[in-house]
Each structure stands twice: as structure tokens, then as C-alpha cells.
Design a protein around this ligand. Structure first.
Ligand SMILES: CC(=O)N[C@H]1[C@@H](OP(=O)(O)OP(=O)(O)OC[C@H]2O[C@@H](n3ccc(=O)[nH]c3=O)[C@H](O)[C@@H]2O)O[C@H](CO)[C@@H](O)[C@@H]1O[C@H](C)C(=O)N[C@@H](C)C(=O)N[C@H](CCC(=O)O)C(=O)O
Ligand SMILES: Nc1ncnc2c1ncn2[C@@H]1O[C@H](COP(=O)(O)OP(=O)(O)OP(=O)(O)O)[C@@H](O)[C@H]1O
Ligand SMILES: N[C@H](CCC[C@H](N)C(=O)O)C(=O)O
Ligand SMILES: [Mg+2]
Length: 430
């Protein structure tokens, strides 16, 4: 891509084929081998650090959130709190790019390539933003898409298991996540998890079970996650409309982050947190009666967390697993769902170039309670069957796609939205 930053550095490209004497070449880990070619075309070579300096972005406070699950939710909560407190803020992540409550770009990657992120940072600064909240994926850490960014705060949500196809092993995945936290900058760590290795300097922590800088002393989950937060001598209550125990971690991390980043009173921050309504497609109640919830759980831990948070109810689950993605998570997802749910309807979730029937079989391999399984390749039919069989008092969970608006089959994106599909099926039954 090429970005025109205007007067000063002017045009910058991260592809040697777009570089010339008027277009500087941003040299990164991914394209360094093409720098000689760009130079030969008369292009000035610049590094991400050099570009950030040139654009004078140092006073933009960048907040980076990483972890297997909860990045989008925690990032959105921080963004919402900071905006509510009156700070101009930008948000970059899985759902796209936003500035001061306005959507600027549609979703692409969770962490875009270096040049795109720096362009977003420049845009945020030109809109007067003080904060730039971004999700940092494990791919981005490994590929150094975040090179040159001096983070004001780095946040850890959790490290369970995903993307092992890319990283090769769970050890390699954990090492990549840990590598993000080795510098002496400010960091906020989930104390209830012991997987992450981090530099203790400037480390703050949050937790529910273990002693932490920001510690949840008591909580309730009914009707929305609420609790009492203790920070040294200060004890403050907070209330939210978020569903699920795991969201207690996300909101606590967000409150702690806002407190570390600003000079605001923690009580004010907790009040602002109450206005965060959650993220589309994450524990989104699509229908109250019958109770049907759509969630983006697409890992073993995500499924476990969502089911655990509804354990007082009988639950039916519709889900699949993505094609051309980590295959090792498929049986584990099956096991997690079938060990708690009354019935699982296995279906397609972006099979991409793979055979959806084979993906379903790989999920089934992890399930011992085979009598609980029904396989329906067509996702709409699977949802239809589950709604048909849903008994009074039960909950239907439709997992994996969240706010996605397509189903990717054989390289084609076909419009499909779980929430809309559920509404259509319910409407046709009246
Ligand atoms: C596997 C993977 O992550 N691949 C990423 C990688 O692709 P690549 O290494 O194949 O790129 P490449 O084509 O070799 O080019 C490397 C660089 O050389 C440059 N180039 C290339 C040719 C040339 O002649 N001259 C030249 O300068 C290219 O412009 C590019 O800058 O570098 C590209 C440019 O930065 C990325 O767009 C691409 O992401 C692909 C599209 C992708 O799907 N990635 C997914 C898996 C991903 O990153 N997902 C994560 C996690 C999702 C989550 O859990 O939330 C994400 O952050 O979204
Ligand atoms: N703190 C958490 N711990 C465990 N699971 C969580 C947590 N927060 C969210 N989840 C589960 O993970 C799903 C995805 O949440 P979210 O979109 O916030 O994560 P993410 O890390 O951004 O995911 P992705 O990498 O796919 O973009 C949720 O729908 C929920 O099922
Ligand atoms: N960030 C995740 C999202 C997975 C969502 C699920 N619907 C799928 O397609 O597997 C990934 O790209 O692996
Ligand atoms: Mg995300």
C-alpha cells in the first residue's frame, strides 16, 4: 500500500513495486528483502520508528491489548470509558478503525501491517486524539507489525490456545505472547493466569482470585456483571450490563487501564464503565423469549467460558470451526461444548477451502457424548433445527461468528448473519 502523509515525508509505500524517488519505502521485517530494489528506484528508505518520529506521533498514547480472547471487548471498553471521560480517542482492531465514536474503516486484520497502523495513528492525531487503543494479535507480534511503536500501556487478557497452525506449538504461541511484555514499559497483567512471562518493571495487575493492584473483592453476575474494585486503600463499586464471568476480567482490565492512563478518580472511571454496553456479536441477546444468544467464541476456552457463565440453565449450542485455521482446536471445542451442553448442533463456520463435512468430523472426534450431537452442514438449517427443539426455560447459544456478516465457502463470501438469520426464523414461526 502507499499512503500520502502530505507535506513533510509525503508518499510512503511498504511495497517495493510502489516505491520511487518521490515515494519513500517503509522497511519492515516482512519486506526488508525488497529494500535494495526500492533504493535502486531512488526511494528513500525509512523505518517504522523513523516514520513515527518524522510524523511527530510520540505524544499519542498508544495502548496495546493482546491475549487469546477478550482483546476486542477490552479495547472497546477502554475506548468507551476514555470517550466518556472526555478524551479524544481512536480504536483499531478486529471490528475496524474508529475515531471519536465514528467508524472510519471497515474490519480487515486485527492488527494491520505497520504502514496502515502508522497511517491510522497519524489520522487519529490529526483529529486531536490523545489515545490510540489497538488490538495486538500474535501474528502481529511475530511478524513485528508493531515495530517502532512505543506503547504507553500494554495489556494482557489471557493466553489459552489458538492459531497453533501458524505458531507451530503451544510453547511457541506462549513465547510470542510473552515477548510482547519483555520491555520495562507500563504493562497491565491478568494475575489469575500464570502462563505469561513478563518484565516486572512497571507492571500493574488485575485479578479476581489473586492479590492484584486492581482487585475485584466481590461480584455478582445476575442481570449484568457488577462488583467492588479495590485499588490500594480505595474501594469502589461498579455495575455493567455485560453478561458472563469472563467479562468481569475485561471490564476490570479496562477500568484499571483508564486509571493508569489518566489522572481521573477511579470512582469516575467506574461510573463511565457503566455506560459501556458491550460489543456487537459478543454475548448479544438476539431474543429474550425464547432466550437466544449470539457470541464470537471460536476457541476451546471461549466456548468453556460462555457455557460456564450460563451453567444454571439447560443450554443447546450451534457452532462449527473455521477452515484453513488451527485444526488442533476442533476436537477441543467439541469436548468443551458437549461436556456441558444438553445438545450440540455441529455446522459450518467459514469452511474456506476445506470440506465442511470433514471439519465437523474433526470436532466430533473430541466428543464422547455422541448422543448429544447432530450434524447439519447448512448453518441456517442448523439454527432452525435448534430453535425448533428448544424447550421452555432453555437457552440457545449460536457461537463462532458473532458480528460477522458472511459465510466464507470455497473462497467466496456469501452474506450470512447469525443474528439476522435467528430473527428471520423466529418471525416465520409466528
Ligand atoms: C500469514 C500472514 O499473516 N501473512 C501476512 C503477511 O503476508 P506475506 O508474508 O505473505 O506477505 P508477502 O506477500 O510475502 O509480502 C511481504 C511484504 O513484502 C512486500 N513486497 C512483496 C513483493 C514485492 O515484490 N515487493 C514487496 O515490497 C509486501 O508489500 C509486504 O509488505 O504480510 C502481509 C502484509 O503485511 C499480511 O497482509 C498477511 O496477512 C494475511 C493476509 C492474513 O490473513 N493474516 C492473518 C492470518 C492474520 O494476520 N491474522 C491476525 C490474527 C487474527 C485474530 O486472531 O484476531 C490478525 O492480526 O488479523
Ligand atoms: N476475558 C475473556 N476470557 C475468555 N474468553 C473470553 C474473554 N473475553 C471474551 N471471551 C470469549 O472470546 C470471544 C471473543 O471475544 P473478543 O472478540 O473480545 O476477543 P478477541 O481476542 O478480540 O478475538 P479475535 O482474536 O478473534 O479478534 C467472546 O465472544 C467470548 O466468547
Ligand atoms: N480472528 C479469528 C476469528 C475466527 C472467527 C471464526 N468465525 C472463523 O472464521 O474461524 C481468526 O481469524 O482465526
Ligand atoms: Mg479481536
Amino acid at each position: 500500500m502507499t499512503v500520502d502523509f502530505g507535506s513533510g515525508i509525503g508518499r510512503v509505500a511498504d511495497d517495493s513495486r510502489e516505491a520511487d524517488k518521490d515515494t519513500a519505502f517503509l522497511s519492515t521485517r516482512l519486506n526488508r528483502s525488497f529494500a535494495t530494489e526500492a533504493k535502486a528506484k531512488g526511494s528513500q528508505i525509512i523505518t517504522p520508528k523513523g516514520l513515527i518520529e518524522n510524523l511527530q506521533l510520540a505524544d499519542l498514547d498508544v495502548v496495546g491489548i493482546t491475549g487469546t480472547n477478550g482483546k476486542t471487548t477490552t479495547a472497546a471498553a477502554i475506548y468507551s470509558i476514555l470517550l466518556d471521560l472526555g478524551y479524544k480517542t481512536a480504536l483499531q482492531g478486529t471490528r475496524g478503525f474508529f475515531i471519536n465514536d465514528e467508524k472510519i474503516e471497515e474490519k480487515s486484520l486485527t492488527t494491520p501491517p505497520s504502514l496502515a497502523t502508522i497511517a491510522h495513528m497519524a489520522e487519529a492525531k490529526s483529529h486531536g486524539c490523545e489515545f490510540f487503543v489497538m488490538e495486538v494479535s500474535s501474528h502481529a507480534i511475530e511478524q513485528e507489525r508493531i515495530e517502532g511503536i512505543d506503547f504507553a500501556l500494554k495489556i494482557h487478557t489471557n493466553v489459552t490456545s489458538d492459531h497453533l497452525d501458524y505458531h507451530g506449538s503451544i510453547e511457541a504461541y506462549r513465547a510470542v505472547k510473552s515477548s510482547f511484555f519483555q520491555d520495562s514499559g507500563k504493562k497491565l497483567i491478568n494475575r489469575d493466569e500464570e502462563i505469561l512471562k513478563f518484565n516486572m518493571q512497571n507492571a500493574y495487575s488485575y485479578g479476581i482470585e489473586n492479590p492484584a493492584t486492581y482487585k475485584v473483592m466481590a461480584y455478582t453476575l445476575g442481570g449484568g456483571v457488577s462488583g467492588v474494585l479495590k485499588h490500594f486503600e480505595t474501594v469502589v463499586p461498579f455495575e455493567t450490563t455485560l453478561q458472563g464471568f469472563f467479562n468481569l476480567y475485561n471490564i476490570t482490565a479496562a477500568i484499571a487501564a483508564a486509571h493508569i492512563l489518566t489522572a481521573e478518580e477511579i470512582g469516575e472511571i467506574c461510573e463511565a464503565a457503566e455506560n459501556f454496553g458491550g460489543v456487537a456479536g459478543r454475548m448479544e441477546t438476539v431474543s429474550e423469549d425464547p432466550l437466544i444468544i449470539v457470541d464470537f467464541a471460536h476457541t476451546e476456552d471461549g466456548i468453556k467460558q460462555v457455557l460456564d457463565s450460563l451453567k444454571e440453565k439447560e443450554v443447546r449450542v450451534v457452532f462449527g470451526a473455521g477452515g484453513d485455521r488451527d485444526r488442533s482446536k476442533r476436537p477441543a471445542m467439541g469436548r468443551a461444548a458437549a461436556s456441558i451442553a444438553k445438545k450440540v448442533y455441529l455446522t459450518s463456520d467459514n469452511p474456506r477451502s476445506e470440506d465442511p463435512v470433514k471439519i465437523i468430523e474433526e470436532i466430533v472426534e473430541g466428543i464422547t457424548e455422541k448422543e448429544k450431537v447432530e450434524k447439519i452442514v447448512d448453518r441456517r438449517e442448523a439454527i432452525e433445527r435448534a430453535i425448533e427443539e428448544l424447550q421452555p426455560g432453555e437457552v440457545l447459544l449460536v457461537l463462532g461468528k458473532g458480528d460477522e456478516t458472511y459465510q466464507e465457502i470455497a473462497g467466496k463470501r456469501i452474506p450470512f448473519d447469525d443474528r439476522q438469520t435467528i430473527r428471520e426464523i423466529l418471525a416465520s414461526r409466528i
